[in-house]
Ligand binder design. Sequence first.
Ligand SMILES: *Cc1c(COP(=O)(O)O)cnc(C)c1O
Length: 224
Amino acid sequence: MRDVKVNLELIQEKVAEACERSNRNPEDVHIVAVTKYVSVERAAEALEAGIHNLGENRDDGLLAKWEVLEDKPTWHFIGTLQSRKVRAIVDKVEYIHSLDRMSLASEINKRADKPVKCFVQVNVSGEESKHGLEPENTIEFIKQLEPYENVQVVGLMTMAPYIDDQEALRTYFRRLRNLKEEIEALGLKNAPCHELSMGMSNDYQIAIEEGATYIRIGSALVGE
Ligand SMILES: *Cc1c(COP(=O)(O)O)cnc(C)c1O
């Protein structure tokens, strides 16, 4: 396996290029290293390479790595989250990228002892296999989160389908950005909604060109 540091430098170069093409500041693009496929040693290597944000998509994976790394990284929960797993992880993560239903918001609100930064997950491609809210239901959903003081909507998240069609990918990312801007403009107290969590190993450059502020990279960074 290649050093994380080598992969990171390559990715940072591509991030810089995408930022240049879209007239953005690379400092506004945060790399989340998705460590779900790899060992805790490899995750530790990512930290040593200078990455602060680690993402896991399962509660057991997160807890196993937490045992060793504790709060050294900033933890991101990026996968489907069952309500009954919230209690175990909620005080260990800074971000939850997969808020997609009211019952989950209610559980986060109940179990957290301080506000949790949440991304509302939106299914912009309409693929049936993808989790997330329909775009047209997202604003109403976010408005209904208002009573939950421990749920702070920092942005929107999406997973694009695994396709090669760059223009289709661009359309999906742009759809998420437009929705984000619409929500931002509402000025809701519980939903500043400035961030966009989108882009993975195969599509992060397009996501950046369309406004991503958090890219979630697994295989291209730490390996599969
Ligand atoms: C696995 C995963 C990623 C990273 O995928 P790669 O293609 O390996 O970069 C990003 N986001 C989510 C939600 C994931 O589950």
